[in-house]
Design a protein around this ligand. Structure first.
Ligand SMILES: Cc1cc2nc3c(=O)[nH]c(=O)nc-3n(C[C@H](O)[C@H](O)[C@H](O)COP(=O)(O)O)c2cc1C
Length: 295
């Protein structure tokens, strides 16, 4: 974040006691080009009694309003109406912005199993991955987005107001897990060159996780990422898009991509365990990558 400035500031007397109504702007261009967040606060001393936030990316090209016009309207409305009916605004404590991410537990991992098929090849890869994590002394949890209640991102950009997503669903648990673990492993099939829809929804919704990281000044502790993918067709080119999507995901959450384990040609064999030497080879690749985290 680069800077903040006061747009408006006025003393308002509420219930016979003076307080300060302040509208400030903040440059969030570190998050997106030209992004500005406006925060309107009514406070008495250190006590913040009312907060309203909006940012420039909430207003798509076809809307008649701008973030600044909305923020200024809110400022003028509060200035007029606060003294007469404070209960309409300060009745409930304002929603606080999210705090910094918790301290990571380096010896923990999460596997995001991206296939909707719970007995498919990605689930097999997830099992081998979990074994490798445990052998390396990492506590490992597996999450299956297709079995969770995860809405798609609506692109509202409101996560850049207070660092949290406005949708209340199972992403809350995923955000909590991502914030806590030292290693994130994506096990996924290739679907139309990319990842299945439920996993893609998780990745898109991590926009809110990125917002929290940026608004609260980063994370505490390193995090590594590994991609483990299986394609139906034969050839390394089947993973080009999935690799890029996984890279984008790891950048969103601030994880350093350690490497990839790619298994192609699954459709001709149905079960990758039937390919001679495949299981041993994949397990060895996973062990080698995961040992770099456990060291
Ligand atoms: C909707 C759908 C789209 C797919 N698209 C591709 C693709 O673009 N490229 C590819 O190599 N395989 C593709 N496949 C094949 C799967 O990647 C393959 O069957 C894989 O083994 C499935 O993994 P799973 O058993 O973990 O579900 C697709 C499969 C489905 C169901």
């Amino acid at each position: 974040m680069h800077g903040a400035w006061i747009l408006r500031s006025v003393e308002v007397v509420v219930d016979g006691r003076p307080g300060l109504l302040v509208l400030k702007g903040e440059d969030l261009s570190a998050a997106y080009p030209g992004m500005v967040r406006y925060t309107l606060e009514f406070r008495r001393g250190e006590d913040v009694l009312y907060t309203y936030r909006t940012n420039t990316y909430e207003y798509p090209p076809g809307t008649s309003q701008t973030a600044e016009s909305v923020a200024l309207t809110a400022f003028h409305r509060l200035r007029q109406e606060l003294p007469d009916r404070p209960e309409a605004f300060v009745l409930h404590p304002p929603e606080p912005a999210v705090g910094p991410l918790p301290l990571r537990a380096p010896s923990t991992a999460v596997v995001l199993q991206g296939s909707p098929r719970q007995h498919g090849n990605s689930a097999i890869l997830a099992g081998w991955t979990t074994d490798a994590c445990r052998d390396a002394g990492l506590r490992c949890e597996t999450l299956c987005p297709a079995e969770m209640r995860i809405e798609e991102c609506t692109g509202c950009f409101r996560c850049y107001n207070a660092g949290r997503c406005v949708i209340d669903d199972d992403m809350v648990a995923i955000y909590r897990t991502l914030a806590a673990v030292g290693l994130v492993i994506v096990c996924t099939p290739v679907y139309a060159e990319t990842v299945p829809a439920a996993l893609k929804a998780v990745i898109d919704r991590c926009q809110a996780y990125r917002a929290r990281r940026l608004l609260t000044g980063g994370e505490s502790g390193r995090q590594a990422g590994i991609l483990c993918a299986v394609s139906g067709q034969v050839g390394a080119e089947n993973f080009v898009c999935v690799s890029r999507v996984a890279g984008s995901f790891f950048r969103l959450i601030g994880a350093e991509m350690l490497g990839e384990v790619l298994v192609d040609g699954a459709d001709a064999v149905n079960d990758i365990r039937t390919v001679a030497g495949k299981e041993e080879g994949v397990r060895a690749e996973l062990r080698a990558l995961i040992s770099r985290v456990a060291d």
